[in-house]
Design a protein around this ligand. Structure first.
Ligand SMILES: [Zn+2]
Length: 275
């Protein structure tokens, strides 16, 4: 897996680029508040698949960084997700699939799972509107912050993250219009998950993305780039090329969609060229 920040930033960039593409093709620009919500949800969802990496719940130890987002609560959720994923793996694997004792990087790392999750979230948002949006924002914003702060987050970091996520949710309650559904939020969740699998696939670990389709007699065949081209986790390519490129894509998309940011960039360019 690539680093948490790369997962989170790739989700944010994809969310912003997707919103930009939607705005360009439909002429329907989101307001900055909605844009911020979609970006945060997509960034957090790009960490969601790793909620299948549990630790020792009773000892409050171990687990993927994201599994520790909301302390022992999310650690417990991760435990349940991992066991369920392992069950699905065992029920659907062919005799050519490897034997596994842990569900990490199985069900939640398939495209079908993330697409269905996106549709489910979209349906809930469409039906119940703002309360569901706020709940999803709370959860995914927490994941996004945890992913970005992976290096600095300490053992008690979850209290700060939970508070930040609650603040973001509170802001959304105050600012988002209540008289409409938010079906596009499902798209943000599904896209974030798929982006995560792409991030994992460029490292030495593959993902069983086309499950349940059988490939080379395995239903859980792990697709990824050949080892010779694989990105080294936390290596120079990820730090010097990939992460900055994603930040630039996200920033360019933001400038394209938010007139105030575009004006700021324009005047900065004019200033630079005249000075
Ligand atoms: Zn992963």
């Amino acid at each position: 897996m690539v680093m948490g920040p790369t997962h989170a930033v790739s989700g944010a960039a994809a969310g912003l680029a997707g919103a930009g593409a939607t705005a360009a093709s439909l002429g329907d620009r989101q307001n900055p508040g909605e844009l911020a919500v979609y970006t945060a949800v997509c960034a957090g969802s790009a960490l969601l698949p790793d909620l299948d990496c549990s630790g020792a719940v009773l000892k409050n130890k171990g687990g993927a960084t994201v599994a520790r987002t909301f302390g022992v609560v999310s650690l417990f959720v991760a435990e349940v997700v991992e066991k369920f994923a392992l069950l699905v793996y065992r029920l659907t694997s062919t005799r050519h699939d490897e034997k596994r004792t842990n569900g990490h990087r199985t069900l939640t790392h398939t495209w079908l799972f993330n697409i269905l999750l996106g549709f489910g979230v979209g349906a809930l948002c469409e039906h119940f509107g703002k309360p569901v949006v706020v709940g999803i924002l709370f959860f995914t914003f927490g994941l996004a912050v945890r992913g970005l702060m992976a290096d600095v987050a300490r053992k008690s970091g979850w209290i700060l993250i939970t508070a930040l996520a609650a603040a973001a949710a509170g802001l959304a309650i105050l600012t988002l219009p209540a008289d409409r559904g938010y079906p596009l939020l499902g798209l943000a969740v599904g896209a974030g998950g798929v982006i995560h699998t792409l991030g994992d696939m460029i490292t030495r670990h593959g993902c069983p993305v086309i499950w349940p389709i059988i490939w080379r007699r395995q239903r859980w065949w792990e697709f990824g780039v050949p080892d010779a081209f694989a990105v080294k986790v936390d290596g120079w390519f990820e730090r010097v090329i990939l992460l900055p490129a994603l930040v630039i894509i996200g920033f360019a998309a933001t400038a394209w969609m938010v007139p105030e940011v575009r004006q700021l960039v324009d005047s900065a360019v004019t200033l630079a060229s005249s000075g």
